[in-house]
Design a protein around this ligand. Structure first.
Ligand SMILES: *[C@@H]1O[C@H](CO)[C@@H](O)[C@H](O)[C@H]1NC(C)=O
Ligand SMILES: *[C@@H]1O[C@H](CO)[C@@H](O)[C@H](O)[C@H]1NC(C)=O
Ligand SMILES: *[C@@H]1O[C@H](CO)[C@@H](O)[C@H](O)[C@H]1NC(C)=O
Length: 551
């Protein structure tokens, strides 16, 4: 959970629509309200191999009778533990087998320990089928046996059963009260692998869909020199398809833009290159990365095209590479763009966002600063700069710097009172600092500044959960978000996560599928599929242990 709610934070920071799933957001809400009645592991009665030596003098080694008895079992088990410590695993397995034969059949705790210990030795020998078998026996005897569950996770992974591995590690996380970093990271890793495996096919089969108007608008406003916005439609007498496209764009008739661009390109009109850039942009927005890439490559390889068009194409291809998880290629595109146009603010703004996603905070800060030198009134970038500095101060655990960054964020909000992004980023920092009333006020500001933007409703909803554990209030606000913008994937995702925690699995899954329909990249789909898998695993573990959901 080190990554905190990083992915939601980055959603705002990355106006480009590139989202990177970081951290176990799947279990986000567990932290808001820890389950107080978590079952505890039954005490391992005789320790595992690690504590073997302490038991050495305990048993009457010479008195071993071959009648089943707890004592005889202990002696055999302790010999097994000694052999384990001496790295004689095959012999250790034999001792544990003997211990199991000597253990009275009604002594579940001892039996469970022997199975678990034998599984440990089998693991050292790489006999994964045997590990799986012995761990399962141990877990049958003691369902809250964390060590056996953790070991069975590894066996299931080795044997290629990720679903079973996920269920086991989820049980471990729940039994440990979500306090063990290494278990959480294992859960996160398995979830990510499962998501990635299924995402490709889901992504190929999905229908491209335009995001909400608000999203498109804010995407375009994250560029100030894109070579599209410069085309002055009022001043032109000619009536080309591209000019019509620009008029549609300006009026928010986004669904008509693509077609006009096609026409301009087919006609080989005066604005064919700009039209191709605009078409590529819309292909990116609907999540058709493959076709977008073709257009962008064509433009980048073309001769005699306006510098701004080529630079913008490089920025967009760079972002696309990042979406496809190729950061090296992404950075190369931005380097190329910066060489071609060292005074184009967009290059540094978008590369700064890329660096934030890559957690290269110092590089991000340097780029945002360059961008502001070139475009001193770019409110969004001022906010992102202050927020990046805040993040750096948090990472460095520098309290005085955190304080001054909060002041800086506040002053950005004062300087640009109309900037929703400035308010939203300040609100996120305030939430982080548990300054809930102030954060809420900032989200209210966002909502009144941009009433058709659904994101602040979702954040405000999450705030109600974190601050007041007010489930109804939170859900109400997030549902409002969906009324404001039925294409807000973040709202679907958040609501789905809450429904998982409430134990409404079916509703959760249907909400996740809505979010998947709206996702714009394979990576986002992988993230959502992981959340879905986490939901299945959690609900099955909770049912098994008779746990109540955290809400
Ligand atoms: C994976 O494990 C689960 C639960 O133990 C089991 O029901 C399922 O059959 C296993 N799948 C495979 C392919 O072995
Ligand atoms: C954390 O959990 C793992 C199992 O996933 C376990 O091996 C390890 O000992 C635990 N660490 C602590 C500090 O409890
Ligand atoms: C904390 O940040 C301040 C700048 O705000 C800096 O002067 C100081 O050296 C930093 N302290 C540490 C320990 O890094």
């Amino acid at each position: 959970m080190a990554a905190d709610s990083g992915s939601t934070r980055l959603r705002i920071a990355a106006a480009v629509g590139v989202t990177v799933a970081v951290g176990a957001t799947a279990y986000l809400l567990w932290r808001y309200r820890r389950c107080h009645d978590l079952p505890s592991e039954r005490r391992d009665p005789d320790g595992g191999p690690a504590s073997a030596l302490t038991h050495k003098s305990n048993g009457a080694r010479n008195d071993v009778s071959l009648q089943p008895s707890v004592e005889a079992c202990q002696v055999a088990k302790n010999s097994g533990n000694d052999l384990f410590r001496a790295e004689k695993y095959t012999e250790a397995v034999e001792c544990y087998t003997q211990a199991l034969a000597l253990c009275p059949s009604d002594r579940s705790p001892e039996l469970a320990t022997c199975f678990q210990n034998r599984a440990a030795a089998q693991e050292k020998l790489g006999k994964w089928e045997a590990v799986l078998h012995d761990c399962s026996r141990a877990v049958d005897l003691n369902p809250k046996y964390v060590k056996a569950l953790a070991r069975r996770t590894r066996a299931n992974e080795q044997l290629g059963n990720k679903t079973a591995a996920l269920e086991d590690i989820t049980a471990v996380c729940i039994l440990q009260g979500f306090t063990n970093q290494s278990s959480m990271l294992t859960a996160d890793r398995i979830l990510k692998e499962m998501g990635r495996e299924k995402a490709r096919e889901t992504f190929r089969n999905r229908k491209p869909m335009l995001p909400s108007k608000q999203f498109i608008r804010s995407y375009f406003s994250s560029f100030v020199e894109d070579g599209i916005g410069d085309v002055d439609v009022s001043d032109t007498v000619e009536d080309s398809s591209f000019i019509t496209a620009i008029r549609h764009l300006a009026a928010g008739r986004y669904e008509s833009v693509h077609q006009e661009c096609e026409r301009e390109i087919e006609e080989g009109g005066r604005w064919a290159k700009e039209a191709q850039l605009l078409r590529a942009t819309f292909l990116l927005l609907v999540g058709d990365g493959e076709k977008a890439q073709k257009d962008l490559e064509f433009l980048i390889a073309s001769e005699n095209i306006p510098a701004k068009v080529i630079v913008n194409a490089l920025i967009k291809r760079g972002s696309l590479h990042m979406q496809m998880q190729s950061p090296t290629e992404s950075i190369a595109d931005f380097e190329h763009a910066a060489e071609l146009a060292p005074d184009n603010a967009d290059v540094f703004h978008h590369r700064g966002q890329l660096f934030m996603l890559l957690e290269r905070i110092d590089d991000a800060i340097a780029d945002f600063e360059k961008c502001i030198k070139l475009q001193p009134d770019f409110a969004l970038v001022h906010a992102q700069l202050a927020f990046s500095k805040y993040r750096r101060a948090m990472v460095n655990e520098n309290e005085s710097a955190v304080k001054s960054c909060l002041i800086e964020l506040e002053s950005v909000v004062k300087k640009f009172p109309k900037s929703t992004e400035a308010c939203a980023l300040y609100a996120q920092a305030l939430t982080d600092q548990q300054e809930f009333p102030k954060a809420e006020k900032m989200y209210d500001n966002c909502i009144s500044l941009e009433p058709d933007n659904a994101t602040p409703y979702v954040h405000k909803g999450l705030l109600q959960l974190q601050w007041k554990q007010d489930l109804e209030g939170g859900v109400g606000l997030i549902s409002r978000a969906l009324k404001v913008d039925s294409k807000c994937d973040f709202a679907y995702e958040t609501l789905a996560t809450i429904e998982v925690q409430r134990g409404n699995l079916e509703r959760a899954i249907s909400l996740f599928h809505h979010a998947i329909e709206l996702a714009r990249s394979e990576m986002e789909i992988a993230h959502l599929l992981s959340l879905c898998d986490a939901a299945h695993a959690q609900s099955s573990v909770m049912a098994k242990y008779g746990l109540r959901p955290p809400f």
